[in-house]
Design a protein around this ligand. Sequence first.
Ligand code: NDP
Length: 282
Amino acid sequence: MKTRLIDGKKMADEMLDDVREQVSGLPRAPRLAVVLVGDNPASLVYVKNKVKASQRAGIRTDVYRLSPVLTQDALEAFINDLNADGDIDGILLQLPLPAHLNADAAIERIAPDKDVDGLTTHNLGRLMVGAPNLAPCTPLACLHLIKKACPKLAGKNAVIVGRSRLVGRPLGQLLLAHDCTVVQAHSHTKNLAQVCARADILVAAAGHARLIGRRHVKRGAVVIDVGINRVGDRLVGDVNRAAVTGVARAVTPVPGGVGPMTIAMLMYNTLRACRRGEAKSA
Ligand code: NDP
């Protein structure tokens, strides 16, 4: 079987251009506040990529760099101020935070309607009851890539390897909402290869380099690789792409798959948050 590569970079650029076009019809550009605590080198790169994407999408992004020794109270007070600022549509708290800070508590401070990362319990709960508000960006990115390769999702068997709050769990809810039969695998799952081999859609989000090989993939499956793992000086996914080529129908590359699409979804969520804010204040 010929295995098609799903080009996440190209799809992300298309989405950014689409957001830009929609922004051009708004009375003002949406505004995103990115809060970066400390100077984690990986976070600096991620934030730079977000700023670059926002420029393409016509979204104004302000990066607030806060001291690595900031207290929890000061961080939460800062977020409260952003919540109260009527010019700011979206707030993103760049993770991870320095170890002395409680990320979950800080995320909870973000007003749900400005939570463009979709990680507050309010927004995750909305997803859970089938009434989504702002959903998390990486699961949205996975769904978008999946739909490209597999437009009709109803009745498909989906297996997600991973059950994190950030990726696995919310993606399970999104696929369930699209009438897939969802299996959520994790570190206690027995016979992982057998479980995965039933999937029409297989999503690897374990953070375990090349965990998914040929044995895990059903012939003709769509394989989405969320993992980002550093092996030596290279970034590799959770899928051994060489091994699944010829078995899978389509697969996302790492890098160039879920990563850029996730950032595009952040811009899309910011546009949505802005639109809703405008509608409320009208
Ligand atoms: P977490 O560490 O929070 O969760 C990993 C999940 O995978 C857990 O549910 C864990 O199970 C499960 N798991 C770990 N090892 C195995 C295994 N051997 N077999 C089966 N299940 C396993 O990670 P995240 O969800 O935050 O991220 C996952 C990966 O995706 C990482 O590589 C991360 O860097 C990447 N990522 C990429 C993004 C992108 O934009 N491309 C965005 C976000 C993340 P259990 O619950 O039992 O511990």
